[in-house]
Design a protein around this ligand. Structure first.
Ligand code: EZ4
Ligand code: CO
Length: 409
């Protein structure tokens, strides 16, 4: 089963997506997500110029060998652009293999370990009344686990807080990438954040009770000692996890946080290699692996990370914002079903425009996602519809302290 054609499709149905479509000589197509939010065209060029010419004529069934060929064969390893490109190839080849077998991908990964993947949604509010409305709206949508992000008194725009809470469920979702000529600037003050956040979780617990799983994303902004203090302060509110407490590339930072708090820790959405996890996993410094299939070299590579994590009792908590395309989300759901050490799956619903271009078959019911039993990933790309939505440059925000110093966003 040789690869006959490879297309890179860039489309912007409400936001940008980069999708790889591989077609075999017997006419089977497979899809892979290569979207790197705010740097989409770098991955498109990497694929178009340096990967597509290597794929035509290769054996579509040789997934592991193709992964190694693209990873070792480039000599220059790792990095978000390279690994998103490899991820797309790997995912598309898995899609082809499963379609050829007439099975949903999770069957080829070992079969289902559960009836569905527990999903968490994003609630946010500039103040407590808005936040409570947002949590209620997400509970009404069926979510059984909720990420809580909040405005901070004295700061105008803060990561994770939707601009307007008016008008129902989806509006509470925060979309960080904006189609502006320059990145939007958000503001930050860690002392104000640390003073405010525990009171928010106290209020949410007293309003919604002790059992609802609550999550929070620190989004890389704290030093290790600040993160340790926040983790301790949040212990009475029994968080499911505290995510990205410190910048992810400093694995040793987690040692200090871990020594001070029992709040579970999650990290890894910006990681792209199993080597980003070696200290974190072997020293049991985290509880959840946040990587996405899209950014970690595909199904093949993330399965290896999760098997490595399982050795240390660490579970999955895959990244699932809207910049993971429906193709990337479907790939995540097949892994979620198939790995034993599943923890939770992030889920932001895509817009109607996006879902008109990417026709999905995965379902969300009673708080659980399921990839469906359609063969392959279960996603079809409507290329004609995609052509109606040309790429628009968009950037993630940057973050500044009151004196103008650029801070981690
Ligand atoms: O900032 O997807 O947990 N989710 C997140 C996201 C990321 C964006 C980056 O593209 O942290 O909001
Ligand atoms: Co995050």
């Amino acid at each position: 089963m040789k690869i006959a054609a490879v297309d890179v499709v860039v489309t912007c149905p409400g936001r940008n997506f980069v999708t790889l479509r591989i077609t075999t000589e017997d006419g089977i197509t497979g899809l892979g997500d290569a979207t790197l939010n705010g740097r989409e065209l770098a991955v498109e060029a990497y694929l178009r110029e340096h990967v597509v010419p290597l794929l035509v004529g290769r054996d579509a069934s040789a997934i592991e060998d193709t992964w190694q060929y693209l990873y070792r064969g480039a000599y220059w390893r790792r990095g978000p652009v390279t690994m998103a490109a490899i991820a797309a190839v790997d995912t598309a080849l898995w899609d082809i293999k499963a379609r050829a077998a007439g099975m949903p991908l999770y069957q080829l990964l070992g079969g289902a370990c559960r009836v569905g993947a527990l999903a968490y949604g994003h609630a946010s509010g500039r103040d407590l009344p808005e936040l409570f409305d947002s949590i209620r709206a997400h509970l009404e949508l069926g979510f059984r686990a909720i990420r809580v992000q909040t405005g901070i008194p004295g700061l105008d725009t803060v990561y994770g807080v939707a601009a307007s809470a008016a008008g129902g469920g989806d509006r509470y979702d925060y979309e960080p990438a904006r189609p502006t000529a320059l990145p939007v600037e958000e503001s930050w003050d860690t002392r104000a954040y640390l003073r405010h956040v525990p009171s928010v979780f106290e209020a949410v617990r007293s309003e919604f009770g002790p059992s609802l799983p609550l999550l929070h994303d620190g989004h890389h902004r704290m030093t290790p000692i600040e993160a340790a203090r926040l983790g301790k302060a949040l212990e009475p509110y029994d968080l499911f996890w505290l995510e990205d407490a410190t910048p992810g590339e400093d694995q040793a930072a987690l040692r200090l946080i871990r020594q001070h708090t029992t709040t579970p820790l999650a990290i890894g959405e910006v990681f792209n290699s199993i080597h980003d996890y070696t200290t974190l996993l072997s020293e049991r410094l985290i509880d959840y692996v946040r990587s996405a299939v899209t950014h970690t070299g595909g199904v093949t590579a993330l399965k290896k990370v999760l098997d490595f994590a399982a050795v240390y009792g660490v579970k999955s908590g895959m990244h699932g914002p809207t910049d993971i395309s429906p193709v990337g989300m479907a790939a995540a759901l097949h892994l979620d079903l198939a790995v034993h050490n599943f923890g939770i799956q992030e889920y932001m619903r895509h817009s109607a425009e996006t879902l008109a271009v990417f026709r999905t078959s995965y379902t969300f019911a009673d708080g659980l996602l399921h990839p469906s039993d359609a063969p392959g990933l279960g996603v079809e790309l409507d290329v004609d519809a995609a052509d109606h939505f040309p790429y628009r440059a968009a950037y993630l925000p940057v973050n500044r302290l009151a004196d103008g110093t650029l801070h981690d966003w």
